[in-house]
Design a protein around this ligand. Structure first.
Ligand code: SF4
Length: 631
């Protein structure tokens, strides 16, 4: 029976807000029910691709669209999407004792062969637990029976999923599209040969990029630090290497992405122009874990653009990456894209631009139809602190870029900063105010007939969170009291009717910090918080700090244990993973940061980060040979 013929389902859809979140059947969605279920069960893989947040967020995620496309290309695989229900739908599911189901066919999560969970932020952990529970999947991998789905996790934060490690049968480290079909192939073998879960896991244990948490034991010292990480199976490698997509042009990009039936956060077609970053900002996890930087060719992107335009009907096209202005072919690409987009009134958007490589002639061309606000991320208020974090951009460059922007009609400026960075002093916080005033002074000093009427500046401050696989993984994270003081100092000094100031929540920054550098002992904390009702916590209105502090107080040292500075020789809970950058390189960078010394980008030289071994991308180190020659 079609699930929409079920009066229960119809009544539920009528009762909830935004029912289109749950109906599926969008343009380009794939439903293989007619053919797939005709195949022998042993010859097919039914895959649930989960994003632990609402539909609007999940459908804005490029990774979901990429994996959905790749998996469904395989005729023996049927990949469906599963997102978190909002509170109203979740309540109805519980009342009616109905499971969480997929969008395409309404299949319960527990009935899939494999459940893949894409993780992009730590505050989604409790939502992930609720989705598994609502879907009828036992939470802990050790409790799953032969009939239960195999649960796999991956995504940008998979470089330390230790707090949730026990909930996964295995974890993918690195570029998911590089490995996903290999895993599905192994699962087909499992089904065909009727081998059990353990034998299946053993069969994939030595695939590069596969991490099976149950094959590793963590020993802790009395002081709570990790003593060592032991392998429990001979086949489990001692060091787990990331999977890296060497030729990004070979990697499929969604040509016919699903077009949602309701407005989502990023309502546009997207193309990833490059992956990785060559800059080396010391706080940026993705900047290090996705090295080396790899670019897609203009030809590949133009072909994709044609397909996206033909198959979607969107009015905006986003060129995505960690730093889009670093794309070496940006100008030729944009000049070739504009004749395709302009006549159809499609706006081009370049969300991640760096000030020092911003081409205003190009920006003016792009902005002919709509002039978006200008976004700069100086991150710190003083040059001293920008050197500490290796944000290689000077005040002069910023002011010059702002001047050019104002003269070219821009009048909305968004500035992003971080508070609580290593070595930060009151002077650095005050430096943010001085910098904002200088931007305003540039505006005020321009002749009135050469700029717009009114300037609007938005200053946004996030609290620094030390992340694994960055030079700042050794740093302390400041306390809530210190956050409050810094925020107040900034708010008091920033008063200006042209400036609006927003800042990130204190407590969720602390909890994110705990989870980011956390270990497996946090499993009990997570279960406690989830059982107390935590759900959709990435939404600040649903985040309840008290649940976390209460649960953390049961661990020796509480949250402070995870926020403190680390010692040089300390063994980290993620030290059995190899994400390309070596610990020795990261330590060198940490020491340089403490001395306020900068490191050049890979464009200007190699600092021997460890990724030279991949011999691909923008990586002069790979030509210099292993170890490179240090810039
Ligand atoms: S090995 Fe050198 S050039 Fe290559 S990514 Fe690392 S620092 Fe950059």
């Amino acid at each position: 029976m079609n699930r929409f013929d079920d009066p229960n389902v119809r009544a539920m859809l009528r009762a909830v807000q935004k029912p289109a979140r749950y109906t599926g059947h969008e343009l380009n969605a794939i439903d293989k029910s007619d053919t797939f279920f005709q195949l022998e069960d042993s010859a097919r893989v039914h895959f649930a691709l989960c994003f632990p947040d609402l539909y609007e967020i999940g459908m804005s995620n490029l990774a979901i669209q990429i994996l959905y496309g790749i998996l469904n290309e395989d005729e023996h695989t049927f990949c469906e999407r599963v997102f978190a229900s909002d509170f109203d739908m979740r309540q109805l599911l519980k009342e009616k004792n109905m499971p969480l189901t997929s969008l395409e066919t309404g299949t319960a999560l527990s009935d899939f062969d494999m459940v893949g969970i894409s993780l992009h932020y730590e505050m989604a952990y409790t939502t992930m637990l609720e989705m598994l529970a609502l879907g009828g999947v036992p939470l802990e991998s050790s409790k799953r029976q032969e009939d239960d789905p195999i649960v796999v996790g991956g995504g940008p934060i998979a470089c330390n999923l230790e707090p949730v490690a026990d909930f996964f049968d295995f974890i993918v480290i690195g570029d998911g599209e590089e490995i996903i079909l290999e895993i599905v192939g192994a699962l087909k073998e499992k089904k065909k040969n009727k081998i059990n879960r353990r034998a299946f896991l053993l069969s994939i244990a030595d695939i590069p990029g596969v991490y099976i948490p149950s094959f590793y034991a963590i020993d802790y010292k009395e002081n709570g630090h990790v003593e060592r990480i032991r392998t429990l199976e001979e086949k489990a490698p001692e060091k787990l290497t990331k999977r890296l997509l060497r030729d990004i042009n070979e990697a499929p990009m969604p040509q016919k992405p699903i077009v949602p039936n309701l407005e989502v956060v990023h309502d546009r077609m997207v193309m990833e122009v490059l992956r990785g970053c060559a800059r080396g900002c010391r706080f940026c996890q993705a900047g290090f874990t996705y090295r080396p930087l790899r670019e897609r060719s203009v030809e590949t992107l133009l072909e994709t653009a044609d397909s996206l335009i033909e198959h979607t009907g969107y009015e905006e096209m986003g060129l995505l990456s960690l730093s889009t202005s670093d794309y070496s072919q940006l100008e030729p690409l944009v000049r070739k894209l504009l004749p395709k987009t302009e006549p159809r009134h499609i706006n081009l958007s370049l969300p991640s631009l760096r000030l020092d490589s911003f081409d205003f002639d190009l920006a003016k061309e792009i902005a002919k139809t709509r002039r978006a606000g200008l976004t700069f991320a100086p991150e710190a208020g003083t040059q001293r602190l920008r050197d500490v974090i290796n944000k290689n951009i000077t005040e002069e460059e910023m002011m010059e870029a702002a001047r050019t922007a104002f003269l070219n009609g821009w009048d909305r400026l968004k500035l992003y900063f971080m508070l609580g960075l290593p070595t930060e002093t009151d002077d650095d916080v005050e430096g943010i105010v001085t910098l904002v005033r200088k931007f305003i002074a540039i505006w005020d000093n321009l002749p009135q007939d050469q700029r717009s009427k009114r300037l609007n500046v938005t200053v946004s401050a996030a609290f620094f969170i030390p992340k694994p696989f960055t030079p700042f993984q050794w740093s302390e994270q400041i306390s809530v009291d210190a956050m409050r003081e810094k925020q107040k100092q900034l708010a008091d000094s920033l008063r200006d009717r042209r400036v609006s100031f927003s800042w990130h929540e204190y407590d969720s920054s602390v909890i994110e910090g705990v989870l980011s550098r956390g270990d497996r002992r946090l499993k009990e904390v997570l279960l406690d918080v989830w059982r107390s009702g935590a759900y959709l916590e990435a939404w600040h209105e649903h985040f309840d700090a008290a649940l976390w502090y209460r649960a953390l107080s049961k661990l020796p040292g509480g949250e402070a244990f995870y926020l403190k500075a680390r010692e040089e020789q300390e063994y980290f809970p993620w030290d059995h993973l190899d994400l390309g950058v070596t610990k020795a390189f990261l330590w060198r960078e940490w020491e340089k940061s403490q001395e306020g010394k900068t490191t050049t980008s890979c464009y200007d030289g190699c600092s021997a980060c460890g990724n030279e071994r991949y011999r691909t991308g923008v990586c002069p180190g790979s030509e210099l040979g292993f170890g490179g020659s240090r810039a």
